[in-house]
Design a protein around this ligand. Structure first.
Ligand SMILES: *Cc1c(COP(=O)(O)O)cnc(C)c1O
Length: 374
């Protein structure tokens, strides 16, 4: 197999036809409203609530500050049960709130928090669970809700990967006390950078809006301490336009996912996660789990060899967050057998709407060639 002429990366940001963005820019130029809850920002919030089938939402300049703010506004204390198999943001948001992350193992079915291992980690210091819907696969929200109500814990979902996902026709943002969606350029749906909190308690709306704007509530009134995490009109304009393309983007990714699955299914030693009948998936990522004993090669070998063909897969998520330089030796990471196993064997393959179906087939043929030649 020849290598690809151009490098193929794990994702490519979705951009709409540039003409549509010019039209929005003209509106911004005419109004001179660039930020501070402008009309485009407000319209986007309404449209996102509709699309995600949620009652309440507040936009932020990025997902991380949204998550940080959610934790802050729920007044959490002490210990937070979370997962080590995630992006840096989840753990950082907990630690930056002066809280102690307690790492729970993940399950082997879809790599989300193992609900059978949560209860044994609960102490009198536990105030919340912060699970992650990883790769677009929803957590076991029913079990998490049961545990949370039994022990009176708050639940904040890191929903950065699950934009548009539904469980039994319920928008995924309806579970838990708060959910955080990331609208970063690398995600399924983007507003260049952006974040969204969705929540059931409408009283939270004012608090969140105040906190994201320095606690300022009037020309001469600053009621509380806050930060600046507002989304501007340029981001909101991109978000509003991209919302018209999200269904098409997800459909293209579904086709790519099915091509990968069909072409990899006969390889002994490569595992993929199947769709669930009650779930509307968003095909945000395409992770494969490599059983090196069966396959004869390791994840790292495949990762390096793919680069020689100009295919840049990613080791999401490796290393686990408690293994980051900044956290080494600080947190208990015993009983994380599944997370350790998966972090050493997971590889996410390129997936984005613009990726040619023929190129997806070729990537699977390259994988087969690498295995054969090894
Ligand atoms: C992208 C991401 C975030 C942070 O979102 P930003 O919008 O980039 O700040 C948080 N958690 C997970 C799991 C993510 O993938």
């Amino acid at each position: 197999m020849n290598k690809f002429e151009q490098p193929i990366y794990v994702t490519k940001a979705f951009l709409p036809p540039i003409k549509e963005y010019y039209e929005k820019l003209k509106i911004i130029w005419d109004s001179k409203l660039l930020t501070n809850n402008g009309p485009i920002h407000n319209e986007l919030e309404l449209q996102l609530e509709k699309y995600l089938k949620v009652k309440n939402s507040v936009l932020f300049t990025n997902g991380h500050l949204a998550l940080y703010t959610a934790i802050k506004m729920l007044n959490l204390k002490g210990e937070i049960i979370t997962t080590p198999f995630t992006f840096a943001s989840t753990t950082h948001a907990i630690v930056e709130n002066n809280l102690n992350p307690i790492f729970c193992d993940i399950n082997m079915n879809n790599f989300t928090i193992d609900v059978d291992k949560i209860e044994s980690l609960i102490t009198e210091k536990t105030s919340a669970i912060i699970p992650v819907h990883v790769f677009g696969y929803p957590c076991n929200t029913k079990e998490i809700e049961k545990i949370a109500s039994k022990y009176k814990l708050k639940v904040i979902y890191d929903a950065a990967h699950v934009f548009g996902v539904e469980v039994d026709n319920i928008g995924i943002g309806n579970f838990g006390d708060v959910s955080m969606f990331s609208l970063h350029a690398t995600k399924v749906y983007n507003s260049i950078e952006g974040g969204l909190l969705t929540f059931g308690d409408e009283n939270l709306r004012n608090e969140l809006n105040n906190y994201k704007n320095f606690g300022i509530t009037g020309y001469e009134t600053v009621e509380s301490v806050g930060i600046n995490a507002k989304m501007n009109e340029f981001q909101a304009a991109m978000g509003l336009i991209n919302l018209n393309y999200i269904n098409e983007e997800i459909n293209k990714r579904k086709i790519i996912t099915n091509i990968y699955r069909a072409n990899l299914k006969d390889i002994n030693g490569i595992y993929t996660v199947d769709d669930q009948p009650n779930i509307k998936h968003n095909y945000a990522y395409f992770p494969i789990l490599i059983d090196d004993k069966k396959l004869g090669i390791t994840r790292d070998y495949l990762y390096e060899k793919l680069k020689e063909y100009n295919v840049f897969a990613r080791k999401y998520f490796y290393p686990l967050t408690p293994d980051f330089e900044c956290y080494k030796g600080l947190y208990n990471k015993s009983n994380l057998q599944n997370a350790v196993y998966v972090a050493d064997r997971i590889l996410t393959l390129p997936i984005y709407g613009e990726l040619d179906n023929k190129d997806v087939v070729k990537i699977t043929q390259i994988i087969k060639e690498i295995i054969k030649k090894s």
